[in-house]
Design a protein around this ligand. Sequence first.
Ligand code: ACO
Length: 330
Amino acid sequence: MNKPGPVVEITGTGRYLPQRILTNADLERMVDTDEDWIVERTGIRERRIADDDMCAAEMGARAAREAMREAGVEPGEVDLIVLSTATPDRWLPATACDMQALLGADNAMAFDLGAACAGWLYGLSMAEGYIGAGRAETALVVATEKMSAIVDWTDRQTCVLFGDGAGAAIVRASSGERGILSSYHRSNGKLGDLLYRPGGGARFPMDTGVLERRDHLVKMAGQEVFKNAVRSMSEAADLALQQAGLRWENVELLVPHQANLRIIRATAKHVGIPMDRVFVNVDRYGNMSSATIPVALDEAKEQGRLAPDMNILSVAFGAGLAWGAIAMRW
Ligand code: ACO
C-alpha cells in the first residue's frame, strides 16, 4: 500500500557484467539463426556470457561492492540482503548466503527471492517493507543471473535472448522527498507453464529422463509471453504511476525490464511515452532476467540520464507469471 512520502531511497547502485561477448554472428555458428532475424525480432546484438568458474554469488558480490562503495556503506552495516535469481548456484543454501559470506556482511539476514525477471523490483518492495516496519536499516537488493547455465543452447527460439549479469542497490530510509513513491506487483500462477524449467526440482527430480528431454533447461511459449508482457507491464506502469500521483508527462525516464526491444517499444507506445525517455540497453546485454533493471539504473546514472529529483518508473515482467512497477523520485 502507498503512503504520503517516500519511506526509502536508493543511495548506491552497482553492476557486474562478464567480459566475454557472444554476438549474433557467434550464434549463427551454433544454431540455425541469422543476425537480421535476431535484431529485427528482439533488438539484441550481443550478450555477455560468464566464464564456467564464475558463479551467481560472485557476480552479485561484485555488483554489491560497487553499490556499497557509492553509498558509503561498510559490509557490517548491511542488515538485510535480498537476492533475486533464477539461477541459484546450488539448491541449498540460498545464493544470498553464499554472497553474504563473500561480502563479509556478517550482521545481515540473507535470503533468495524467486520472482524471475520481476525479482529485483519485488526485492526493492520487500526492502521498503522491512525498513518501513523498522526491521532493517540498510538493505542490499541484488539481482544476479547466470542465464547461460540454464538456457538450452540447441533451442534457437530461446538461446538468442538471454545473457549473464548482476546489478545491486543499497536501500535506506529516505532522507527527504526522494525515493520510492509507489509500487504495484502481481502474479498469475495459472500461466506458469508459458515460461519454465520443468525438471530438476522436487516435482521432477533430476534423472536421465529429465536430461534426455532437456527438461532441466528453459522452455518458453514466446508469443504468449510477448502478449502477456506488453499487457501486464502497461497495466502495472499505469497503476504505479497513478498511485504515485504522477502523469506520464512528469516521467523523465522509463527504465523497463530489458527482454526484447519490441516488448519495450510496444509498452512505451501503450502508455504513451516517447522512446527518447525510455532507457534501452537490451541491444548490448540481451535479457539478464531480474538483473536488467539494476544494471540499467546504474548505466543510466553513469550516462547522466538520471539526475537527483527526476521522476522515474521501472516496470518488469517474467516467469510466474510475475510482474510489477515502481515509481521513484531519484
Ligand atoms: N532465428 C531464426 N528463426 C527463428 C528463431 C531464430 N532464433 N527463433 C524462431 N525462429 C523462427 C520460428 O521457428 C518461426 O519459423 P516458422 O514460421 O517457419 O515456424 C518464425 O521464426 C517465427 O517464429 P515466432 O515464434 O512466431 O516469432 P516471434 O515473432 O514471436 O518472435 C520471440 C519470437 C523473439 C521469441 C518473441 O516471441 C518474443 O520475444 N517473445 C517474448 C519472449 C521473451 O522475451 N521472453 C523472455 C522472458 S520473459 C521476459 O523477460 C519478458
